[in-house]
Design a binder for this molecule. Structure first.
Ligand code: FES
Length: 111
């Protein structure tokens, strides 16, 4: 079962924008759409490393700012190409707070 950690207020993330967080798993972009849905994806575009957090959010998609690949925020897959997908991470909103997977924020621990 996924444990969640409080990340921020929903209002801290601009509508149709993103907030970049640095995690044990690398940089993750937390997106807020116009309908106040939130999604968390790896920030690095699999094409040439463009920062998806600086992309344009439209519907439940984001367009990479470098070469305009379009990613589905639900699945992380790029449309119209076989080459790529970015990892997605569990994120949810509860009482106006954005909660993100604890696994993402925790450091690797010794077994
Ligand atoms: S780096 Fe994202 S589309 Fe090229």
């Amino acid at each position: 079962m996924t444990r969640f950690i409080d990340l921020a207020s929903l209002e801290d993330i601009p509508r149709q924008g993103a907030r970049l967080i640095r995690t044990a798993a690398g940089c993750v972009a937390v997106f807020r759409t116009a309908d106040d849905s939130v999604f968390a994806l790896d920030d690095r575009c699999p094409h040439k490393g463009g920062p998806l957090s600086e992309g344009i959010v439209h519907g439940h998609q984001v367009t990479c700012p470098l070469h305009n690949w379009v990613f589905d925020l639900n699945t992380g897959t790029a449309q119209g190409t076989d080459e790529g997908a970015v990892r997605t991470w569990p994120v949810t909103v509860s009482n106006g707070r954005v909660l993100i997977s604890a696994d993402l924020l925790s450091r690797h621990q010794a077994a």
